[in-house]
Design a protein around this ligand. Structure first.
Ligand code: ATP
Ligand code: MG
Length: 404
């Protein structure tokens, strides 16, 4: 089957009224970005209050639908057959052929759904439903009409110049188009959780920047490459991600030298949050995102989360907070990050981790021990931020951002 365009369906909850055009424009923009790397020429248009992707050249069906299935805001994708204006008799014949070709096997119940926006067409929508439905029934005994709960809905739209036929709806990822909700800074480690956390917040229309705390030479080039790969994979959904690679080694060594070892993780996490917040503010992000989940590890007990979050004034979003590991793994497999996440390269946290980390840190105690760092820590934080290396990650890989 040759399709000339795709009708984009989107959920309309919360986007009625004044915000509708903002939503639609963002959706159109995101669809254009998603189709950029796809071979072929496409035009994305808003007409009749809906969004269409028109195919202006040869294209690969799988490639196009795959790209569209990564665009948040799309709830369904209907491949459309377009015809030039024809008589009702001819239309009946084409419609029957279309339905048989779309559903070549098995028995189905169906319902015709004709829409006539060009009122000059000789039959109105009621008459069209009757005529076209009749033609399908005549063409094959595999089909029965069910107007209440049909398996198949066959839509025929008559507009000024053309007629549009569609029936199949491929599922989209849902959510809201990236960008309508502002931007957040994701703390992206090489693990399973944080890429999923970024995906989930982006799904609600939020653009993502990311920060990775790197500890060379304790962590290898491959550990960084893994995080870049994860950012690239997530960018399939979120669009380009600016990944800030922060050299955290000296800060970690200094904490290691000056603070009790069972508090290392928590103090380290507090410095990560502080630096992430600085970067967030410098890059117009409205919040931070982490992959934390209650009780997953010692640093994620409720007490520890409270102590970690205490350093931030921006909101910290933890979309996985109530997820079990298994549920997180399911999402990571679905979005294609799992295989990369489980590669065994060391992370900065695993190297400096204590045997018996505190599970109930006391904020006053932690703050007192952080005072041990007062001599050098501000300077170390400034250096880490100043030497920030920005890697621009997209589906094709990454390139370095050259600061002037
Ligand atoms: P992940 O949560 O990604 O699977 P993890 O479970 O090993 O990795 P934790 O030590 O549980 O990570 O840290 C909790 C959260 O803190 C992570 O989800 C991530 O958001 C952030 N984080 C931890 N380490 C780093 C790092 N090296 N760089 C950036 N963010 C980090
Ligand atoms: Mg985790």
């Amino acid at each position: 089957m040759e399709y000339q365009s795709f009708l984009i369906k989107y959920a309309e909850i919360g986007i009625k009224g004044k915000n509708r055009h903002v939503f639609e424009e963002a959706l159109v923009h995101q669809i254009r970005l998603a189709l950029k790397p796809v071979e072929g020429r496409f035009r994305v248009v808003r007409t009749y209050g809906r969004v269409f992707v028109e195919c202006l050249s040869e294209y690969d069906y799988e490639e196009v639908t795959e790209a569209l299935q990564h665009v948040f805001g799309i709830s369904g994708i209907c491949p459309v057959k377009e015809l030039d204006m024809v008589s009702p008799e001819e239309l009946a014949r084409v419609t029957a052929d279309f339905v048989l070709a779309e559903y070549p096997e098995g028995e189905h119940t169906f319902k015709m759904h004709a829409r006539r926006s060009d009122k000059r067409y000789p039959l109105d929508s009621q008459e069209l439903n009757a005529e076209l439905g009749h033609a399908v029934l005549e063409a094959s005994d595999r089909f029965r009409v069910d107007v209440h709960e049909p398996e198949i809905l066959v839509t025929v739209e008559i507009r000024e110049e053309k007629i549009y036929l569609y029936s199949h709806v491929l599922p989209g990822p849902g959510g809201l188009p990236v960008g309508v909700g502002g931007k957040c800074m994701l703390l992206l480690s090489g693990g399973i959780d944080s890429p999923v956390a970024g995906y989930m917040i982006a799904k609600r229309g939020v653009k993502i920047d990311a920060v990775y705390f790197n500890a060379p030479p304790y962590t290898s080039e491959r550990a960084l490459q893994k995080v870049i790969d994860l950012a690239s994979q997530v960018s399939k959904y979120t669009g380009t991600i600016w990944l800030h690679n922060i050299n955290f080694t000296d800060i970690q060594l200094y904490i290691y030298e000056k603070c009790p070892h069972e508090e290392l993780t928590i103090i380290m996490r507090r410095y990560m949050m502080r630096i992430a917040e600085r970067l967030a503010r410098e890059n117009e992000c409205l919040g931070l995102i982490t992959g934390e989940s209650i009780g997953q590890v010692a640093s994620q007990t409720l007490t520890a989360l409270g102590v970690t979050g205490e350093v931030c004034t921006l909101p910290v979003f933890r979309p996985l907070i109530g997820f079990d590991k298994e549920e997180i793994v399911d999402v990571s497999k679905k979005i294609g990050t799992f295989e990369t996440s489980i590669l065994p390269y060391e992370d900065c946290c695993t190297i400096f981790v204590a045997k018996h980390p505190v599970t109930k840190p006391r904020l006053d105690v932690i703050k007192r021990h952080e005072e041990n760092l007062s001599e050098k820590i501000d300077e170390l934080v400034e250096t880490a931020i100043r030497t920030d290396e920005i890697l621009i990650c997209d589906v094709n890989g990454h390139r370095k951002y050259e600061k002037e």
